[in-house]
Design a protein around this ligand. Sequence first.
Ligand code: ADP
Length: 392
Amino acid sequence: MLGLESEKVVGHHVETILTVGSRIFYQTHLFPLLRMHGHAEEIFIMLRAADGHDEAALLNAVRRQEGEDWLTYCILIRVRERRKFEEALLRAKKEAEAARETLDAHRKELELANAQLEEQALELELSQHQLNEHATELEVLNQVLQERSAELETQRTIAQDANQAKSAFLAAMSHELRTPLNAIGGYVQLIELGIHGAVTPAQAEALARIARSQRHLLRLINEVLNLAKIEAGTVNYEVRPIVLREIVNSVFPMIEPQVHERGLTSEIDVSPELVALADRDKTEQVLLNLLSNAVKFTNAGGCIRIVSGSTSGPPRQVWLQVEDTGVGIRPDKLAQVFDPFVQVDVRADRRAEGTGLGLAISRDLALGMKGQLSVESVLGQGSEFRLTLPAA
Ligand code: ADP
């Protein structure tokens, strides 16, 4: 069992095969026990093997007297198995401890996470609170906005009514003004014709001036009346398919004499295929206005062109464009030319030729036909006015 030669054991003291610890135990506990009781059972004891390793054993012993001598009989059993279990138990205990430590660590982590979560919950509650506050503010704002928009709506109705009243007033006034103006024109003509006696050259010149002013005033009034009617929405549009080329053919002859008179050349490049959905008379009116402006604002030697085109859309559109090589319009004034009574950089003698209403009326008419009137111009080089209309 211990790998010892028998001569090293037989005849020697029992302590020879014990470890140091077991020797002390033997002397202090085991031997006194045997002497007192005469026997001992299942005492755990460590033995020293030949190679120096410790061997655990269980000891059963009996002490009895034989003749003169007291003899102790021992039986030693290896407890390697038991040790194995003990070690396993120890290992298990250690593992359990480690597991507990891991558990503790996990618990700590959980506690930390929990604390963070609580903090976040608090923050969330705070944001929720702020959101609620914002929502309330928004609601208030919304109410204010609604009130404002209601106010605006009322004001818009008032403005609309006022605008209509203005247009109605203008229409009535223009009508009232035209009658006496026509009378002035008529009487001037009668005097010019010498019905009331001979007219001196000086008188004739004065009469011509009166007649020019009368015509200008009449045109102004007619155009004001036109604009007033359009703005009051009392103009009816007879929309039907119209061939752009035909419009040009009927309008251009009206302006042709002035083109020649002013020493201008002209060019027409309008496709006969293009058909617009528009009011014929109104389209002619717009074109005539664009052409007379082109003639008015182009100096001798210049050129006036009428061109056309179409867009594939949607919506499909066709356009007529009047181009000139005239004085052009300053970029900062470009948008204003469509405003009523706007005349850009016009010399005093030219001012008498226009009213500043032509383009305002033309744009309103274009819009009334679901079209547009736009302009591009380079100062000193010329202008392009484009009337775009829905295609038929
Ligand atoms: P009017 O011709 O009676 O003055 P319009 O409304 O037709 O009034 O035109 C407004 C202004 O736009 C004109 O006075 C002129 O300054 C400018 N304008 C219009 N057409 C042209 C053009 N073809 N070339 C340069 N300026 C133009």
